[in-house]
Design a protein around this ligand. Structure first.
Ligand code: DSN
Length: 415
């Protein structure tokens, strides 16, 4: 594998080999990660990386753009068709720059935004004080309800009436429930706010028809393309026709320079893959696997934020197991499961320690795992907690995880 890198740079080739081996031999349960297809990866590693193409198809600042124009036009058309959007900008390098572009297309520095708090499942770019979004804008936050641990849309309406934000931001990185887009739209209309939804986590579920679609309800929808959507690492903005001109101008020349044409072409491949029946099936299985994992963990006495999941992820509050989120992340690592510690709503631990772990099924579902494997994984987690100080028992459990990985080989045909 990676023969050409080995010939030029053995040190980096070794990193590639080791990372491939790690991905193959561990149970990947980070909810924002996935295994993209060899076709997407081949496109990312193609000659399109050599091309400068500032501007947009048909209106570039460089010659020789005839072929990359085709790629970008296809990516845009496919994104619009996939999500039923009037317009698409496929140039954002990341979810973060997609959000920056979307904000600055509508807002001036100092304007008020209202987004879900990071510690309640939101995202840094939804107004956290250490992020550009919190530095540039006056950010206020809504939280989940203490009892149900879900968004209380009546309370959000009250908050919006009091705060009168210029923009309401929906979307999350650790929220296991469906969003009510009709409610968000009606709240935004009532206070005359712009409605942005960041669907990065759920985009693949929306594309696969197993999560409601935010596009018909929002002024602007942002996303990444590498999570449940299973494409290359990058960003995406969908909008109505009305707002598109401002978005185009803010993306370039406002924020970005030369677009990453190899990544844009790979986004086109990803959108094509997402239009196939096999992707709908994949999205359905991802959600089914999360539900089965949730039930199996509940049976074993684990506590799930909001009591379960509607999507691809679960948030496990491990306090009742006598552990912190950091302890659980370390423990899972020892038994061959990769996940991340995560704050839970109203967490009393710091973000470096936390009381929870976030688990996701997108990557394992791509490997072909199903309900039976989810039950086995829940059992490994349960036994790991019981044997947390017994290194031999933990090594045995790691062997079980590795056996599962061998049963579902990854990238067997990668060249
Ligand atoms: N870092 C991503 C996640 O893990 O959810 C969000 O940007």
């Amino acid at each position: 594998m990676y023969e050409q890198v080995h010939a030029v740079d053995p040190e980096i080739a070794e990193v590639l080999d080791l990372e491939l081996a790690r991905q193959r031999s561990q149970l990947e349960m980070i909810a924002s990660e996935n295994f993209t297809s060899p076709a997407v990866m081949q496109t990312m590693g193609s000659v399109l990386t050599n091309k400068y193409a500032e501007g947009y198809p048909g209106k570039r600042y460089y010659g020789g753009c005839v072929h990359v124009d085709q790629a970008e036009t296809m990516a845009k058309k496919r994104a619009m068709a996939l999500f039923g959007a009037e317009r698409a900008n496929v140039q954002p390098h990341s979810g973060s720059t997609a959000n920056m572009t979307a904000y600055l297309s509508f807002l001036k520095p100092g304007d008020k935004i209202l987004g879900l708090s990071l510690s309640h499942g939101g995202h840094l770019t939804h107004g956290h004080p250490v992020n550009f979004s919190g530095l540039l804008f006056k950010a206020v936050h809504y939280e989940v309800d203490r009892e149900s641990e879900t968004i209380d849309y009546d309370r959000l309406r009250e908050q919006a009436r009091t705060e009168r934000p210029r923009m309401i931001v929906g979307g999350a990185s650790a929220y296991p429930r469906f969003w009510d887009f009709e409610a968000l739209r009606s709240i935004a209309d009532e206070v005359d706010a712009i409605l942005l939804f960041d669907m990065a986590h759920i985009a693949g579920l929306v594309a696969g028809g197993v999560h409601p679609n935010p596009v018909p309800f929002c002024d602007v929808v942002t996303s990444t393309t590498h999570k449940t959507l299973r494409g290359p690492r990058g960003g995406l903005i969908l909008s109505t026709k009305e707002h598109f001109k401002a978005i185009q101008k803010m993306n370039f020349p406002g924020i970005q320079g030369g677009p990453l044409m190899h990544i844009i072409a790979a986004k086109a491949v990803c959108f094509h893959e997402c239009m196939q029946d096999s992707f709908k099936e994949y999205a359905g299985k991802t959600v089914e696997n999360a539900a089965v994992l949730a039930d199996a963990l509940l049976e074993k006495g684990f506590k799930l934020v909001s009591g379960g999941t509607d999507n691809h992820l679960l948030l496990v509050n491990v306090t009742n197991k006598g552990l912190t989120g950091q302890d659980m992340e370390n423990l899972l690592d020892k038994v061959g499961i990769t996940a991340n510690k995560n704050t839970v709503p109203f967490d009393t631990q710091s973000p470096f320690v936390t009381s929870g772990v976030r688990l996701g099924t997108p990557a394992l579902t791509t490997r072909g795992m199903g309900p039976e494997q989810m039950k086995r994984i829940a059992s490994i987690m349960d036994r790991a907690v019981a044997a947390k100080d017994d290194e031999d028992a933990l090594a045995g459990l790691r062997g079980e995880s590795e056996e599962l990985c061998r049963e579902f080989p990854l990238y067997g045909n990668l060249t």
